[in-house]
Design a protein around this ligand. Structure first.
Ligand SMILES: C[S@@+](CC[C@H](N)C(=O)[O-])C[C@H]1O[C@@H](n2cnc3c(N)ncnc32)[C@H](O)[C@@H]1O
Length: 224
């Protein structure tokens, strides 16, 4: 499994390495990535960022919620795909991380009105957000909390919206039946919540640490 710290890079000849190398980041993203490294807030990989940007564009996202601001690398990619008047609501309990993200958003020329940085724990903040009102929900907090975030994320998501869970594979352990550590169990529970919901169309995208994407399909009208 590739990681974004560079400690465990993918085989340079693998499809995954190719997918990562095919994405070029601009100066604002490169600087944000450096801040993330300094703060120890691991950022999504460039290919995951490009996937986020693409999906935000495809759903014409105006309202996005992010769990785990970090230093703003994923936020910058999401904002790049969102509508020009779209607002990113991003939650993180670490004020230092959010200060770095704010710096990165300003350096990229993002208007302050387009970001709502909420300093707090997602478990306390998410219940205050409105049902069915977000086009995209991006989950990138602790793996152990994924089931809770998926439940809340599905409540927030509008019909036709997209839920994205990063590190959905618990660093690749999800496919190993002998792995029963708490993170892997939590990642399995989150994946099951999604796969057992008939209204969702899910896919695991094997980029970065694994991105689980699911859209809430608009239900077809019943036949007479
Ligand atoms: C992997 S980093 C996020 C990286 C970011 N999404 C990016 O790609 O640039 C995880 C972040 O989750 C935050 N976090 C930890 N506990 C949290 C919680 N209970 N609620 C929300 N965020 C949390 C951490 O402070 C950290 O900044």
């Amino acid at each position: 499994m590739s990681d974004t710290t560079g400690e465990n890079p993918p085989d340079p000849h693998s499809l995954r390495a190719y997918a990562e190398s095919a994405i070029a980041e601009d100066d604002a993203l490169i600087a944000a990535r450096e801040r993330a490294q300094e703060l120890g807030a691991p950022a999504i990989s460039p290919a995951v960022g490009a996937a986020l940007c693409l999906l935000a564009r495809l759903v014409d996202a105006r309202s996005v919620v992010e769990i785990g601001t970090g230093a703003g690398v994923s936020g910058l990619w999401l904002l790049g795909g969102m509508r020009a008047d779209g607002v990113l609501t991003t939650i993180d309990p670490e004020s230092e991380h959010q200060r770095a993200a704010k710096l990165g958003f300003a350096a990229a020329g993002v208007a302050a009105s387009r970001t709502r940085l909420i300093n707090g724990r997602a478990a306390e903040v998410l219940p205050r957000l409105a049902d069915d009102s977000y086009d995209l929900v991006f989950v990138d907090g602790a793996v152990i909390d994924q089931p809770r975030y998926v439940r809340e994320g599905l409540r927030l998501l509008r019909s036709g919206g997209v839920l994205l869970v990063h590190n959905a594979t618990a660093d690749g352990r999800i496919a190993d039946p002998s792995a029963t550590d708490p993170d892997t169990v939590a990642a399995r529970e989150a994946a099951l919540l999604i796969s057992e919901d008939d209204a969702l169309l899910p896919v695991v995208i094997p980029l970065g640490r694994g991105l689980l994407a699911a859209t809430r399909a608009e239900r077809p009208a019943p036949l007479d």
